[in-house]
Design a protein around this ligand. Structure first.
Ligand code: ATP
Length: 322
């Protein structure tokens, strides 16, 4: 089994630490609120497009797909028969799904179901054992930089570098994402996420909710066509959570951004997601509209259905998932 590398962000490290280590998203034992107090260990720069320096400012070759090709009709995300094995452990076992443009898809499942591993592969942080990821029409494996240029993410456990202020962080990531109007874009997002009074505060000193708002602002810097949100409201108070949900829904509707959203809050999922995928033991067991899926499967609520899938995954698949 490969070692699980960990990384600290907030507070006690210098900036060079940020890109020091290739590190997948959170691992077991890291949950809500991990963004604070140095428990975060996510290498943001690994999920950046990062073209090689000499190719950074060259136009895309005409025979290669570009993100704008995707606007023609390809879903924001297409995952095909994705597998991830760690020795004897199969974390993801043949997962296929799409996220349409303007669609919010909930990726649900009990602890250890394979959600984070799936997200890590979509972000190019983990190499799949098999299968394919396409962002728009672009193959992540063969055109990584172009695919990730229009992708972004936020996760409750992956705080921004804590020794930089909110504004420094946003400017830094705007430059890494090659955002052309970066000063204006940063100002716009500071305003949109109500960060004006915090813009010169170090991120490591912010409350969990404030850090989440900063992370969401960072996630929108490059006007993503695909946004991955891992428990985006987990550390927010009910009022802030509702504001974030509305913002994300508006983003999907007005900018046609495809959103993959993980949450353990089934009421939130019903309120936000157009479609849900219920994952267990690395496989998608159920899929459908969160407002009708429970009824279709004889459960009183999505939460009840979730619990049933978590406890009896074989029954949820009609006994056919061996
Ligand atoms: P949670 O809701 O608890 O975060 P999850 O659905 O995100 O869970 P993953 O973190 O994707 O689940 O883990 C899926 C499975 O793969 C788990 O059994 C986990 O122990 C295993 N796993 C993940 N990373 C590794 C690794 N590097 N080496 C070995 N096993 C791993």
């Amino acid at each position: 089994m490969p070692p699980r590398k960990r990384m600290k962000f907030p507070g006690s490290h210098n900036f060079a630490t940020v890109s020091a280590e290739p590190t997948p998203l959170r691992r077991a034992g890291q949950g809500h609120g991990a963004a604070r107090g140095g428990r975060c260990h996510f290498d943001y720069t690994r999920a950046l497009p990062m073209p090689p320096p000499d190719a950074a400012h060259l136009p895309a070759m005409t025979d290669e797909p570009t993100p704008s090709d995707a606007a023609g009709g390809a879903p924001a995300l297409t995952v095909t028969d994705l597998h991830k094995r760690y020795g004897a452990v199969t974390a993801v076992d043949g997962v296929s799904f799409t996220v349409g443009r303007g669609e919010i898809v909930g990726l649900l499942g009990p602890n250890g179901a394979g959600k984070t591993t799936t997200i890590n592969m979509i972000l190019g942080l983990l190499e799949p054992s098999a299968g394919k990821v396409r962002i728009g029409s672009i193959d992540l494996r063969t055109h990584r930089a172009q695919a990730l240029a229009h992708t972004n993410f936020a996760a409750v456990y992956s705080a921004l570098p804590g020794n930089l202020t909110v504004r420094q962080n946003l400017r830094f990531f705007a430059l890494l994402y090659d955002v052309t109007d970066f000063a204006a874009r940063v100002a716009e997002l500071i305003e949109e996420f109500d960060l004006a009074t915090l813009r010169d505060s170090k991120c490591g000193l912010l409350s969990s909710g404030e850090q989440t708002r900063a992370a969401l602002a960072k996630a929108l810097l490059n006007r993503p066509q695909l946004l991955l949100l891992d428990e985006p409201t987990a550390s927010l108070d009910p009022s802030a959570a509702q504001i974030v949900r509305e913002k994300i829904k508006t983003l999907a509707t007005t900018r046609r951004c495809g959103i993959l959203w993980t949450s353990h809050n089934m009421q939130e999922v019903e309120a936000v997601c157009d479609r849900v995928l219920l994952l267990s033991h690395g496989r998608i067991l159920l899929e459908g509209d969160p407002r009708s899926l429970a009824r279709l499967h004889g459960a009183a609520s999505l939460e009840e259905l979730f619990i049933r899938v978590a406890r009896e995954p074989l029954a949820a698949r009609g006994g056919s998932s061996a």
